[in-house]
Design a protein around this ligand. Sequence first.
Ligand code: HEC
Length: 149
Amino acid sequence: MSETLTKAAARNIFYGGTVFFFVVFGVLVADSVTDAIAIAKVNPITPSVAAGKRIWERHACFDCHTLFGEGARFAPELGNVWLRYGGDKDPDGARESLKQWIKNQPTRVEGRHQMPHFDLTEQQLDQIVDYLRWTSRVNTQNWPPHISG
Ligand code: HEC
């Protein structure tokens, strides 16, 4: 075997490496797409979920809350608030409690951080709850680690 790398060998390594990593890339893309399709079936982004996300953005809920750890830390994490309110066991009860909570702000309880009142319609409240239910079903690999957020 020759000590130096020949032009032909360098070319083969280049082409071989390129083909190999294109194949790897293709397999990874196919895997991601299959995952995304499977996830969209179990946790679809319905028009209501999308509308809820727009409410979340319009009212800047993230100015105080985190979602999956992103946002300000003035108020509880909301990525799992649906589960905190028992949404997996009693979806109707959790929906009502969450809507009531939002409607009843601010509590004016001494010594607690306050959440402002948002003038949302019943439909908008349902949409924000649909969005929070959707976030609770995103696979975040157990983040946040505690149900308390
Ligand atoms: C100015 C800060 C602020 C903003 C903006 C805000 N919140 Fe809050 N939110 C709070 C605080 C503070 C609490 C906790 C109050 C308490 O426990 O007494 C809270 C609590 C909550 C809870 C209950 C959490 C739990 O674990 O019980 C929900 C649900 C909620 N907020 C939803 C929202 C939504 C939806 C928006 C946007 C439309 C929003 N918040 C915007 C401050 C805010």
